[in-house]
Structure formats: C-alpha cells, structure tokens
Design a protein around this ligand. Structure first.
Ligand code: GLA
Length: 782
C-alpha cells in the first residue's frame, strides 16, 4: 500500500513501513525503514535541523541550516554539498559533474512495472503497487525516475532508477546505482554488522559477518557475472541480532552482471547503503531523448532475526521472481552424468547408468557435457550443436526414447555463451568472440566468450538451442557458463563501457526467447557451479547449480550461505562419490544425502560402483525425499543458531510436518549432550521425534569392527571389504516424545560414541556425521 499525505510518502507492507518526504527544497528525505507504523505525522522521526554543522556547506544561502551532507536522502545528486558517495555520476556536456535532483511529481500504478531491458520482479495489481517519483535537474537536462514497488504481503520493496537525457547534447552515465538508503545507525543498535556471502569456485557463498567500521564496506564483482567472489545479496544486522531475534535488513539485486553493494559509515550517525551496477568499466552515453534503466534492487526488513528476513526473501523469490510456471512445481530427482562420466558419454554408457537410476527411483536423467561433435575434452566443440555420431550412432532421439521407456525424463547440458577455437562456429565466425582489436583474446577453460552484444550471435544461440529442444523431448536444460569475461569489447555497442552490461541484458533476452515459448522445459542455470547465483537468472530458471563442490561438509557452508536469501527450491544439490573429487574428504553416504535433501536432490555417482548396501541406502533416500519433497523444496526453512562452530542444525516445516537435520562437521572428544531445538511447533500439542533410519557402512570403523564381530578381521583385508558391500550396521534409532513447548527447549540427544562402549542407542557420528529427525504429531493439545 502506498499513501501520499502532506508531502510524505508512506509505503506500507504487512509488517514494515518505508517513509520519506519531500523537503522544503525539493529533495527526498528518508524518514523510516523498519517495523510497520500506523500512518501519522512523521515529524518526530525527521532529522533535526536546528543547528548548522561546522564546515558543512549550506544548500541555499537563505537557509544555512539545510545541508545535504547531514540529511538522510533517498537519492543524492552530485556537487551539492553531500560528501557521501553519490549513487549517480552523469557527465553533462556543459558543466561536467553537477546534478541537483529535485522533486517534480509522482504517479502510482497498480501492480509492478516491467523494465524494458532487464528482468524485474512481477506482481499483479492485487499483490503490488508501484510509485514512480520524478526528479529532475532541468539545467543539466537530466530526469531521474525512482521506481518503488511495494509487495505488501511479501514484505518486500523493490527499487530501480530510470535516467533520461532531456538536454540537447549527449551525456554520459558513468555510475547509476539502483538504490540508496540512508539508515540511522541507532536503528541497528549503534553497532551494525554487515553479512556478505563470499567465496570462490567450489567454495561459494560462505557467510561472513563483521562489524561495520568507519568508511566503506561492501561487495562487488567485475567478472562479467554476479560471480562466485561475492554474491550481490548482503545483510545489515543489529549487534544483537541472531537467527531468531533482532533487526535485520536484506538487500539483493535482480542482476547477473558486475555489481556493487556498499555501506558507508560516516560521522553523522547515518549509514549510506547503496547497490547496483558496478561503475568500474561502465559508462553509458545517452543521446538526447534516450533513457537508461538500472537493474532492480530488492529490500526487506525483519525484526525477527535472520530467519524472519530469510522467510520474507524466500517467499518473494518464489512468488515474484521465479517464472510463474516454476513457482511451486516439484523439481524431479535427477541423475547427472558429469562427475561419473565426465566427457566420456555415449548412448551405451549412459543407458547403463540410466537403468540403475530408474531402478533406484530417480526421475530425470541429464546428459551433461560431452555429447556434441568434437567434445572429447574442454578444448573443442563449444559453439556447435551437432551430436557426436560416434558416441550416439542413433542420435540423441534414440537415447531419449529409451530413457522414456525406463520412466525417466531426459535433460541436456548446453553452454551456449561460449565457443572453442576448435569448432565449426569459430572457424566460420572468429569475429563472434569478444576481443580487444589487435590483441589476442585470453582463454578461460580453453574457451572464448561469444559476443552477445551482436544480434546475429543472439539469433544463432536462440535458433540452435531452440532447434535442439524442438527436435527432442527434453524436459530439462542445464545452461552453463564456465569462465569469466575478459577482453570485454564489442564492435556492436556505441562505447566501450557499454559491453559488459549489454552482454547481460542480451543474455536475458536470449533466455526469454528460448524458454518462454517452451514452458515444458525445466531450466537449471549454472556457471561453474554458483558463479552466477542471482535473482536475474532465477527470473528464467527454476533452480541454480549451487557449486561444483558436492562434498557435504563444504556444502553445509555453501547451502547455508545461500539460504539467507534464496529458497531451497532454487538450490540444486547433488550427491557424488567419496572420497570427494575436489576435497578428497571421505564422508558417509548418509551425510551426503542429509545435506543434499535440503534443496533439489540429484546424484552424480557412478551407479555401477554402488555396493548392494549403498544401493539399498540410495533407494531409501530417494523414497524418503520423494515422500517429503514438498517440504524439502517448498517448506519453510530455518537455520538454528549454531550451538558450536562445527555443528549445523537445519529445519524445514510446513505447518503439518517438520524435519530437522543435525550435522557435525568435526567430532569433539567427551562432548556435552547435544541439544536439538525444534522450533515452530504448537506448544500444547504432543509430538514424536524419530531419527530417519540410515546405515553405518562397516568399513568406516576399521579395526573397531572387531569389538562387535565374533571373529577377528583385518580392517584392510578382503573379508571386511567384501562384507562391507553386503552388510551394514543400523545407525542409532532415536525416539523422543514431548509437547511443542518441551521440544522447543531442545531435545537432549542420546550420547555420541566415545570409545567406552557400543550399543544401538549410541549415536555414531564421528567427523562428518549427521542425522535427520522427523517430527510427527501424536496428540492435539487441549
Ligand atoms: C561446469 C559445471 C559442471 C559440469 C561441467 C561440464 O563445471 O559446473 O556441473 O556441467 O561444467 O563441463
């Protein structure tokens, strides 16, 4: 809901309020973003102007107490006495850098307003209202429209900016962020924290939490994509906020390119938060009459801790970012050929895996890299779409038909933004790759980036991928992108600083053209794992491959980091072999599942190598996941505050059912009893909490196994390794009963094994151990 009264704009969501007012000089003064307040005269919250600040510059000679440097502002210009960083730098022909943006008018629209050039969140008139505030500096010939869309039930407000050149000469936009928000530090307890999600390839989105010191803090990317270095999303939290208490602001961007998110802490008691396109390497000329629009920023607030904030962000992504066709559709359990077969795929080899995948209960079979002509390794083939006849003598159609006969949907991997020099496409069109004229282009993973600023390249990609999808009954596509941009120069844009942004805008257009007309295809996007995990990719895809790292211990950090801003239905998580390909860590099959099930489950195993015990375990895992799929993909997810740095506790619930995951990264000798709190249950209803049955593979125990076997066995001998294929121990079967109020105190879990004795009630966790707990309702409270 949006109300305009006496020069103040009141943006109201179900639980939050965002207010600002037009000042006596026409600037927009930010008043409040926090808990919902009843609409009223906001004077008591406005910034005091009763004294002049020393060395400040007065905006107007007749009003010496009005300085832009000390006011909380909605969007600053340049050179008017506000010495904090401006969200916009526009170079005009006559004065260079000088912009005084004053209020000229506003309009309110029912529903969201789609951007012309970029994906944006969508809301019907019943779900969303949009306020467009027009600011202008007539002398500079610049109009700036600030868009605010209020998603009331979702408790989210989005912001974006459209700038227009109304003057007679070209201007150059050198920086234009999507939003600025000047928040009082005091609203975050005076000691605010910044939480960012950072990493690298195979170690994406680790949460980092630190106090905000003076000066600048923030995140950015310059890789051409939203990057695995720093996710565009970040949080600000009060000093005392935790998972379930305290004030938290969340920010994200519907953008897949170079981004910047910053917090500037000055001495005025205000934090300037801002975000949008990274100005590094960006500049956008505007001819008279032309416009430029920023990506959309997403803002949310909660005073119920990080979980409260996450719940709002999750709901918003599902209801307003994902394409409607993917919203709550169940994601199938996938088999993906990559980790088991790498490039060495063929109809014969794939079908061997497929028969087992179908038998174990998987639903989708994805042919990953290696299926097209020339693709023997990563040096060749990208850019071409002809199938490799030697690997698929009867074509892909024959495989798809056989998969279908096995009851499996077929899926295919593509990497359409790239080209190898050893490809028909590159031989025909070397000029289609991004490069600096006169300089050899740099390779990443042996490949060039196609110049998506070139409309012919876009048409080629749309036609090629479209033809592949139309020729076969693929129900799923994995769209990959395996290198960063470099040599970011295209002859198809008017100025060099336009290339990176135009690339991203055109990519979204290409995705729209391919996938909107083919709604039966489930799209998963990927960029060497989570190198492009952002809301703009989710405006096209159902989910994103979170990381090439499937080691569950690493995944605890990665998936937990993502969970702050992204719902589980968008986080693709697979199980692969142990020891793990990248970390060499040996983890139990149970833990690999227990982590991956909090997301969209899949397997990348060589299924021929599964022992009979492992097959039984995988079959049960899949059956369990399919039974509770709705909960794991669409339930409400909570992180429990970590009782210890090496423990993670996750919970999903949907009002009826609750499942918890208790994970131990590293065992502690002589541990105190583990507490397992169960949140969100009805206080007086009685529940039973039972561990999900899982196997302990006996080869894990080495020589210890001799304590429970009648005969002595060599832990490295053939008897034990053979026995381990056909027998296993049952992990502790635990059962606890109590009311919701009691269970919320934290169940004191059975003791962990500590070498003193073994019996079936002892929890054998060790390093990397984990258990799932299923909560069932026994008796309604009075
Ligand atoms: C990237 C992806 C992997 C796999 C390979 C194929 O690394 O992240 O999942 O698809 O490419 O080359």
């Amino acid at each position: 809901m949006i109300e305009h009264r006496d020069g103040t704009f009141y943006l109201q969501t179900a639980h939050t309020s965002y207010w600002f007012a037009v000042t006596e000089h026409g600037h927009l003064e930010h008043i409040h973003y926090g808990p919902r307040l009843a609409i009223q005269d906001p004077s008591a919250l406005r910034w005091s102007r009763v004294a002049r600040g020393g060395s400040t510059v007065a905006y107007a000679p007749e009003d010496v107490r009005y300085s832009l440097d000390t006011l909380p502002l909605e969007f600053s210009g340049i050179g008017q006495g506000d010495y904090r960083t401006s969200p916009c730098e526009i170079r005009t022909a006559h004065v260079g850098y000088d912009l005084d943006l004053g209020y000229r008018g506003h309009e309110v629209h029912a529903g969201s307003l789609a951007a012309r050039t970029l994906p944006t969140a969508h809301g019907t008139p019943a779900e969303a209202t949009t306020l467009v505030i027009d600011l202008a500096d007539e002398r500079a010939g610049i109009e700036v429209a600030l868009h605010y869309t209020v998603f009331a039930a979702a408790d989210v407000i989005t912001r974006r900016v459209v700038v227009r050149n109304t003057g007679p000469a070209e201007v150059v936009v050198e920086k234009l962020l999507s939003f600025q928000l000047d928040l009082p530090e005091a609203s975050l307890g005076g000691a605010p924290r910044l939480i960012t999600f950072d990493g690298a390839w195979i170690a994406e989105t680790h949460a980092h939490d630190r106090p905000i010191g003076p000066g600048f803090s923030g995140v950015s990317s310059s890789t051409g994509s939203s990057s695995n270095r720093h996710n565009p999303g970040f949080l600000l939290a009060a000093a005392d906020a935790d998972e379930d208490h305290g004030r938290v602001h969340g920010f994200n961007l519907v953008y897949s390119g170079n981004h910047l998110g910053s917090v500037e802490r000055g001495a005025t008691g205000l934090l300037r938060v801002a975000g949008g396109i990274n100005p590094q390497g960006f500049s956008w000329p505007l001819a008279p009459g032309e416009e430029f629009e920023t990506p959309e920023a997403v803002l949310a607030f909660a005073d119920t801790g990080f979980n409260g904030l996450s719940e709002r962000m999750h709901r918003f992504v599902v209801d307003h970012v994902l394409p409607a066709r993917y919203r709550r559709t169940p994601r199938p359990v996938a088999y993906n050929s990559w980790e088991a077969l790498s490039f060495d795929v063929s109809e014969r080899r794939l079908l061997k895996q497929a028969r087992r995948a179908a038998d174990l209960g998987m639903e989708l079979f994805v042919v990953d890299d290696g299926w097209f002509a020339g693709r023997k390794d990563d040096t060749a083939g990208l850019g071409d779409y002809a199938v490799d006849d030697a690997k698929f003598p009867r074509g892909l159609g024959s495989l798809v038909t056989k998969l279908s006969a096995l009851g499996l949907q077929a899926g295919i991997w593509v990497e359409p933004e790239m080209v190898n020099e050893d490809s028909e496409l590159y031989r025909t069109h070397p000029e289609w790759a991004l490069r600096i004229p006169g300089k050899p282009a740099r390779l990443g993973r042996q490949q060039h980036v196609l110049d998506l600023c070139n409309p012919d390249v876009c048409d080629y990609v749309v036609a090629s991928v479209g033809a592949l999808l139309d020729a076969h009954d693929f129900r799923y596509v994995k769209w990959d992108m395996n290198r960063h941009l470099a040599d970011t120069h295209s002859p198809h844009v008017r100025a060099p600083g336009m290339t990176a942004h135009q690339y991203v805008a055109n990519l979204h257009d290409v995705l729209r053209r391919i996938f909107e007309p083919r709604p039966h295809v489930l799209l998963e996007t990927c960029s060497s794992g989570g190198n492009r995990f952002d809301l703009a990719m989710l405006a096209h895809s159902a989910m994103i491959w979170a990381s090439d790292d499937t080691d569950p211990i690493e995944r605890l950090e990665i998936q937990q980091g993502l969970s702050y801003l992204y719902p589980l239905s968008t986080i693709s998580a697979h199980i692969s072999n142990a020891p793990h390909q990248q970390t060499l860590r040996n983890t139990p099959l149970s833990t690999r599942f227990n982590v991956a099930c909090f997301g969209v489950l899949g397997y990348e195993y060589d299924l021929e190598l599964l022992s009979s015990e492992e097959r039984k375990e995988v079959r049960e895992q899949i059956a369990f996941y399919r039974t509770h799929r709705d909960l794991f993909q669409h339930g409400r997810f909570r992180r429990h505050t970590k009782p210890h740095p090496d423990r993670f506790v996750w919970q999903v619930d949907d009002g009826d059912r609750t499942i918890l995951g208790n994970f131990q990264r590293r065992v502690v000798a002589a541990p105190a009893p583990d507490l397992l709190p169960v949140a969100g249950l009805e206080p007086e209803t009685t529940y039973r909490v039972r561990s999900k049955p899982q196997r302990l593979m006996i080869d894990r125990f080495g020589d210890l196994i001799n304590h429970v076997t009648p005969i002595r066995l060599d832990p490295r001998g053939v008897v034990l390794s053979t026995a381990a294929k056909f027998t296993s121990l049952t992990d502790a079967a635990e059962e606890y009963v109590g009311t919701g109020a009691l269970l919320a105190q934290g169940i004191r879990l059975h003791h962990q094994f500590s070498g003193t004795e073994y019996h079936p009630g002892i929890r054998m966790l060790g390093d990397h151990g984990s258990t799932l707990y299923v909560v069932e309702r026994l008796e309604e409270g009075p």
